[in-house]
Design a protein around this ligand. Structure first.
Ligand SMILES: N[C@@H](CCC(=O)N[C@@H](CS)C(=O)NCC(=O)O)C(=O)O
Length: 287
C-alpha cells in the first residue's frame, strides 16, 4: 500500500516536471517570436527600416526554377546554416529579406508557409520549411551527407550537437541583462567540456582531414560554423584544442568556404555586437 502511494507520488512529480519543462519551451518560443515582432536587439536589423510598401510582390513568389531562394530576416537566426551549406556546396542563392512585419504576415497569409513559420526556401519546385528538413535536403542533394546510412547517422549526431550549441549561442541576446554573464559562462563551459572534446578526439583518433568517412560533409561545415560562433563568445575558446585549430584552418581554406568567409559574402554578421572582445571577422587563413 505504502509502496503504491510512493509510486503515485513519484509519477505525479514526474508529470509536474514534464509540464514545467514544456511550459518553459513554450515560453522560449513566445520570447523568440516577441523578439522578432518587437525589434529586440536579436532581430533589430530585421525590421529596422521604415515601414513601407511590402517587398514581397506577387511576382517574386512562386519562381520555381533556377537558384534556391531563401526567405527570412536579414540576420543569421535559423537560416544561417542553410547559407553555409549552400555556399560550401558552391551553390548560388537568392535571398528575400523581410523588411516589415507585413512581409512575414503576407507569406503567412498567402499559404507559402506550411506551418506559418520561416525559414522558407524555394528549391526544386518546393517551398520548403522546417530548418532540419531543408538542411537535410541541401546536404543530400549536394553530396554532403555521407556515403551510407551509418555515415549519415554519425553525421546527424555530430550536427545535432553543433545545433544544440548554436541554439544556446543564438538565445544569448534574449537573456535579461542580469542573466547574460551566467549564460555566457554556460555556453563556454558546454562548448569546452561537452562538445569540442568529442570532435577533437574523433579527428585525433582517425587522423583524417574530415570528421566522417574521410570525405567533406555537412558535419565539417556545421562544425566550422559553430566554432566561429563560439569564438565570438570567447576568442581563444579553441586554445586547448589543437586538432580543432588545425581543422578550422583546413576547412576555412576550402575554396567555396574561403569565399564565404570573405567580407561581402552572404554570410550574416553577429547582430548584437562582440561578446568577449570578439573579433568581427575571421582572421585571414594562411596555407
Ligand atoms: N521548427 C521550425 C521553427 C521555425 C520558427 O520558429 N520560426 C520562427 C522564426 S525563427 C517563426 O517563423 N515564427 C513565426 C511564428 O511562429 O508564427 C524550424 O526549425 O524551422
Amino acid at each position: 500500500m505504502q509502496l503504491s502511494q510512493e509510486i503515485v507520488a513519484v509519477a505525479k512529480d514526474s508529470i509536474t516536471m514534464v509540464k514545467e519543462s514544456m511550459e518553459k519551451d513554450r515560453e522560449m518560443q513566445r520570447q523568440v517570436m516577441d523578439a522578432i515582432l518587437s525589434q529586440n536587439p536579436f532581430y533589430k536589423t530585421c525590421f529596422s527600416r521604415p515601414a513601407g510598401p511590402s517587398v514581397l510582390k506577387p511576382d517574386t513568389l512562386g519562381s520555381m526554377a533556377g537558384k534556391p531562394k531563401l526567405y527570412y530576416f536579414n540576420g543569421r537566426g535559423r537560416m544561417e546554416t542553410m547559407r553555409w551549406l549552400l555556399a560550401a556546396a558552391g551553390i548560388e542563392f537568392e535571398e528575400q529579406f523581410f523588411e516589415t512585419r507585413e512581409d512575414l504576415l503576407k507569406l503567412q497569409q498567402d499559404g507559402s508557409l506550411l506551418f506559418q513559420q520561416v525559414p522558407m526556401v524555394e528549391i526544386d519546385g518546393m517551398k520548403m520549411v522546417q530548418t532540419r528538413a531543408i538542411l537535410n535536403y541541401i546536404a543530400g542533394k549536394h553530396n554532403l551527407y555521407g556515403k551510407d546510412l551509418k555515415e549519415r547517422a554519425l553525421i546527424d549526431m555530430y550536427v545535432e550537437a553543433t545545433m544544440d550549441l548554436n541554439e544556446m549561442i543564438m538565445h544569448h541576446p534574449l537573456q535579461p541583462p542580469e542573466a547574460k554573464a551566467k549564460h555566457l559562462a554556460t555556453i563556454i563551459e558546454k562548448a569546452t567540456t561537452r562538445y569540442f572534446p568529442v570532435y577533437e578526439k574523433a579527428l585525433k583518433d582517425h587522423g583524417q582531414d574530415f570528421l566522417v568517412g574521410n570525405q567533406f560533409s555537412r558535419a565539417d561545415v556545421q562544425l566550422l560554423e559553430t566554432i566561429l560562433m563560439a569564438e565570438e563568445c570567447k576568442p581563444d575558446i579553441l586554445s586547448k584544442f589543437p586538432v580543432l585549430q588545425a581543422f578550422k584552418a583546413r576547412i576555412s581554406n576550402i575554396p567555396t568556404i574561403k569565399k564565404f568567409l570573405q567580407p561581402g559574402s552572404q554570410r550574416k554578421p553577429l547582430l548584437d555586437g562582440p561578446r568577449e572582445d570578439s573579433p568581427r571577422e575571421v582572421e585571414p587563413v594562411t596555407g
